[in-house]
Structure formats: structure tokens, C-alpha cells
Design a protein around this ligand. Structure first.
Ligand code: ASP
Ligand code: MG
Length: 455
């Protein structure tokens, strides 16, 4: 069995949906289970609808719901064809879901506020509709799609808006509901992003949670591979909006991918792929608009190759330099400094120390004045704001053929405020002024990835 998951842009309109269905048809021999996100933009519209209803504007909220319904119907008309019984049953199912949203929105408008629980019930409808639509339109390729309600498979705790799966029960459900269909050569289609708590309430797994569903279903069903189909050629060596020369990464380890995600790489959130990694299932990120591209394979081990994988940028950083003569030969000084950060609940990302100074980066700059006051009572404090971190991520990145030297060399005269090499060897980070960060990123990418194709 394999899991094929389509993101919102891969099912956003009839043209994309047709491509997605072709991708499934080409892989039917691998016994796929399909997971779909809501059509691009729908989840945000549902969030808006709930907010409008809570503000007493039921009519506007209802108008959004109608436009969502029309969008799904239009794709259905185009791909299923007009006037068949099949189309009728599709429309009836769509309407059942949209009228349910309207009821809930009416309730929200009466109460004047939207609870997390009600919000989950509303936003989950995006995936309910897209999965119904997908399973019906698969007919156009004579695929036997069966719609499976994710609430009957994914069991979660009851942290609304950010629920976590309960894997034992989920595994049991997956075996009971998915396996028999797969054995009959049917193709189960499920909505991503939502499940049901043990007490029976609809829950969601957090924004972007359809990837999480794919990993959960893959792990529960013992998939050979989980394919995440999106609108880029995989994870890239750099954000292509900042560095047009960025290119796809062929293979990456889970830990390298997690490291990149911390820096805001949007493609996959590490939490969402954890179930697949725990189960040792490889994940492949692929492009619906370019299906023959190899994409990026993410595995527990990563490729055997060491060296640089990607560059990531994080802005809005402050560097706090703490200096004190008292540090010379003293013990407990670092503890004292970090106690101040802990007390202000500011997490420290990068740290470098010398005999008499410590420099740290923080990304919460709202507490800076309070931090400065407390630190200044026993040391000299200097703060550099408007900094950025550029991280070079890869296994044993620094041990590889003078990569570190090349990274720094490529910066030429751009000043650096701090350098840090992660002990895991996965990350070499340079802190520099935000104003030079994009230029630095382009130069480093050129120096490391573009000249180093043979690495
Ligand atoms: N539709 C949900 C969201 O927009 C989940 C997803 O797309 O993965 O957050
Ligand atoms: Mg997504």
C-alpha cells in the first residue's frame, strides 16, 4: 500500500484535480490510499465564516459557504458530467455537509462566540467536501474511489485545533476500514486534517494537518511509501523566491528536514511526519504540476552522502552579548545568565561562549528591555537587533571539504555578528544584519551549491 496525499493547490480547480486523478491512476498497481486537503483557500474562508458569524454577520458567513459549495459543484459538473444519478448523489452529499455548516454558523451567531470545538467542526468541512468531490470525480478515470470518513479512522485526543492521534485505536480502525477496500482493489479517499476524539467530537490536527493525516494513515496501514504531492519540485536548497538558482534536494534525512523546518522551510512540518519516521516509512515530496520530476525523498537515515543540503534564513533575530570579568575562572556564571532567560520565558537558539563572554540569539524581541535590565545587574550587556540567521544544514556539514571556509569566504565584506556550529554537526549558522541577509544568502548559495555540483 502507498499513501498519496494532495495539498490544496493540487486540487484547487478542475484542471489540477484532473492531473491529481491521473497521478492516482498511474499508481493504481501500488494500492493507493488517497488523502486530500481542502481546495486551496477554503480552510481560510471557513475560519473567516466562523469569525463573521461570531461577530453577528450570519449573512456574510453564509455567502462564503455558498461560494464554497458552488466551487465544488462546478468542478463536479466539469469532471463528472451533467445529469447522471451519480452526479445527483454527489450533489446531495455536498449539500448535506454545507447545510451542516450553516446550522453551526447560525448557532455561533446566536451565542456570539466560536469555541475551539465549534471551530474544528466548521473547518473540517473543507476536507469533507474535497474528499467527497475527489472520490466521485475519480470515476472519470474509471477508478473505484470509495469515500472513507476520516472521523471513523483517525482517533485523537480532545485538544481542539491541535489534536494528536491515538495510534493504537487509529491502527485498528485503519485495518478494519481501509484494508478490506484495498484488497478489493478499491481506492479509499479520505479528507486530511481532521479526526474524532474518543468522546465523539470532530477534531483537527493543526493548520497544514493533512500531511499529518498522510503520515498517520501510512504508519497505521504499514505503507511502503508516503507521497506528498504539492506545487513545488520538492524541498529546495534554498527558498527560490530569494535565490532563483535554488534546486531540489534529492534525498534528505528526517533530522535535516526537521532542522530546516525550524528555520521556516514551509514544505513539511517535522511533527507531521513523525509517525512515518517512527514507522520507518520513506516520504517523498512531489510536484503535481511536474509529476515526472524525482522530488525529494525523506528517510530516517537520509542519503549516505554527507555535506550541505540546504540554506535557510530566519529573520527578526536579536543577539544578546553578555560580558563580565567575573566569568574568568568562575563557575555557575552561565547558569546565572540562562536563569534570566528562563525567568522571562525567552528561548535561546544559538549560543557561543568565550572565557569572558556569552552571545546568544533570541527570536522573541518583546522582552528585550526586561532581559537587559536583569542581565545588566551583574554583567555588561550589548544587544544587536534586526539580525538574521543563515543556517547551512547538512550532515557533518563542517567536516566536508572546507565548506565552512567557503561559506564565510563567499560573504566577502558582509559583517558577521556571530557564528555557531551545532554539536550534532547538522547545522552551521551565521548571524548577520538582516539588511544584508538576502545578499549573503545568494552569495553563499552560489559559493556552496552552484560551484560545488560535484560535491
Ligand atoms: N486545509 C488545512 C489547512 O489549510 C489542512 C491542510 O491543508 O493541510 O490548514
Ligand atoms: Mg498544506
Amino acid at each position: 500500500m502507498i499513501v498519496i496525499k494532495f495539498g490544496g493547490t493540487s486540487v484547487m480547480d478542475a484542471k489540477q484535480m484532473r492531473r491529481a486523478i491521473e497521478i492516482v491512476a498511474d499508481r493504481r498497481e501500488s494500492r493507493p490510499v488517497v488523502i486530500v486537503s481542502a481546495l486551496a483557500g477554503v480552510t481560510n474562508q471557513l475560519v473567516d465564516a466562523a469569525r463573521l458569524a461570531a461577530g453577528g454577520d450570519f449573512d456574510q458567513a453564509q455567502a462564503l459557504v455558498s461560494s464554497i459549495q458552488q466551487r465544488h459543484e462546478a468542478i463536479g459538473f466539469e469532471l463528472i458530467g451533467q445529469k447522471t444519478d451519480f452526479l445527483e448523489s454527489f450533489l446531495a452529499l455536498l449539500r448535506k455537509h454545507t447545510s451542516q455548516i450553516s446550522d453551526i454558523l447560525r448557532g455561533i451567531a446566536l451565542v456570539g462566540e466560536v469555541s475551539l470545538r465549534a471551530n474544528d467542526k466548521i473547518v473540517a468541512i473543507g476536507e469533507k467536501l474535497s474528499s467527497v468531490l475527489f472520490s466521485y470525480t475519480m470515476r472519470m478515470k474509471t477508478l473505484t474511489g470509495v469515500h472513507i470518513d476520516s472521523e471513523n479512522v483517525i482517533v485523537t485526543d480532545d485538544r481542539f485545533g491541535e489534536a494528536s492521534p491515538l495510534m493504537d485505536q487509529t491502527r485498528t480502525n485503519a485495518r478494519a476500514l481501509l484494508t478490506p477496500e484495498i484488497e478489493r482493489r478499491h481506492i479509499p479517499v479520505m479528507g486530511g486534517f481532521f479526526g474524532r476524539s474518543r468522546s465523539g467530537a470532530t477534531t483537527t490536527l493543526g493548520r497544514g494537518g493533512s500531511d499529518y493525516t498522510a503520515a498517520i494513515v501510512g504508519a497505521a496501514g504499514g505503507a511502503e511509501e508516503i507521497q506528498i504531492w504539492t506545487d513545488v519540485d520538492g524541498m529546495m536548497t534554498c527558498d527560490p523566491r530569494l535565490v532563483p538558482e535554488a534546486r531540489p534536494i534529492g534525498e534528505i534525512s528526517y533530522r535535516e528536514a526537521a532542522e530546516l523546518a525550524w528555520f521556516g522551510a514551509k514544505v513539511l512540518h517535522p511533527k507531521t511526519i513523525a509517525p512515518a519516521v517512527d514507522a520507518g516509512i520513506p516520504i517523498r515530496v512531489l510536484n503535481t504540476r511536474n509529476p515526472s520530476a524525482p522530488g525529494t525523498r525523506i528517510t530516517a537515515e537520509g542519503s549516505s552522502g554527507k555535506g550541505p543540503r540546504a540554506l535557510a534564513l530566519k529573520r527578526g533575530i536579536a543577539v544578546v552579548h553578555v560580558t563580565s570579568n567575573q566569568m574568568l575562572g568562575a563557575h555557575g556564571f552561565l547558569a546565572r545568565i540562562f536563569e534570566v532567560f528562563a525567568r522571562h520565558e525567552v528561548s535561546v537558539d544559538l549560543v557561543t561562549t568565550s572565557e569572558i563572554s556569552v552571545s546568544v540569539t533570541i527570536d522573541r524581541t518583546d522582552r528585550i528591555d526586561a532581559l537587559r535590565n536583569d542581565l545588566a545587574s551583574f554583567s555588561n550587556v550589548e544587544i544587536e537587533r534586526d539580525q538574521a540567521i543563515i543556517a547551512l544544514v547538512g550532515r557533518d556539514v563542517i567536516g566536508q571539504r572546507s565548506i565552512g571556509a567557503r561559506a564565510i569566504e563567499s560573504l566577502e565584506e558582509i559583517p558577521i555578528s556571530m557564528l555557531s556550529i551545532g554539536s550534532s554537526g547538522l547545522n552551521f549558522s551565521i548571524v548577520l544584519p538582516e539588511s544584508s541577509a538576502e545578499e549573503a544568502l545568494r552569495r553563499m548559495h552560489a559559493g556552496i551549491f552552484e560551484e560545488a555540483r560535484a560535491l
